[in-house]
Design a protein. Structure first.
Length: 227
């Protein structure tokens, strides 16, 4: 992916780093995280699950539901409900703004469930109409190979492979892209996700379209809504 630098894989610049740690900064970071969690981690900020199934409920809140499977510890920071805005560029929509919610849940199994929904925004930030919708699963092997299986409502199925860059960012690229007869002419894609300053989830995607040349397609910064 050509846009982001190695120091800032998601394209969002971190705060300047001084020559030495500032006394009390770790305590302040913990305190700020606790303040955020006071709202996002509350019992009413989780998924609404219908009763009656003999299965563990999906949860986007690590404080509730089954324990996260130990195999997923390298993906733990992703669990939650994330909301925010981003910018996109595609043959169908051109350059545009969008809103998005990403929901990443678990049920104690060796996978994370993924759902992403996006909507077009006008120049004033008002809702126009729904756009992208994705669902899929994240898995990770014992040697930290990420497998991201993804289905688009537009008629595309993708298989991404990648790896953690560090404890709070993950990079992947498509190995297989399949489209239905009515699906868009998508080519390969690369994605980088990262937890950035303030605890937000940010990402960038580059994708090849009918012309075959990869180019920036979507980027967003999403705040934690639950979890």
């Amino acid at each position: 992916m050509s846009g982001p630098s190695n120091d800032d894989p998601t394209g969002y610049a971190p705060a300047p780093v001084g020559p030495s740690p500032v006394a009390g900064s770790a305590n302040r970071a913990v305190s700020e995280a606790a303040e955020r969690a006071a709202g996002t981690g509350s019992a009413d900020r989780n998924l609404s699950n219908l009763p009656g199934l003999p299965l563990p409920d999906d949860t986007a809140n690590l404080r509730q539901g089954p324990d996260l499977n130990p195999a997923l510890l390298a993906l733990l920071p992703l669990v939650g409900v994330w909301r925010g805005e981003g910018e996109g560029d595609s043959p169908a929509l051109g350059a545009h703004r969008f809103g998005q919610q990403i929901t990443i849940t678990h049920d104690g199994g060796e996978y994370l469930a993924w759902e992403a929904r996006a909507w077009l925004l006008d120049d004033e930030g008002a809702f126009v109409r729904p756009t992208l919708r994705e669902s899929g699963f994240w898995r990770i092997t014992n040697d930290d190979v990420i497998e991201f299986m993804l289905t688009h409502s537009s008629g595309v199925i993708e298989m991404f492979y990648g790896a953690p860059r560090n404890q709070s960012s993950w990079e992947m690229a498509t190995d297989v892209v399949i489209r239905s007869a009515t699906g868009p002419h998508y080519g390969g894609a690369t994605r980088i996700y990262g937890i950035v300053e303030g605890g937000d989830l940010a990402y960038v995607e580059e994708r090849a379209f009918a012309d075959g040349e990869p180019r920036p397609h979507m980027s967003a910064r999403l705040s934690r809504y639950a979890g």
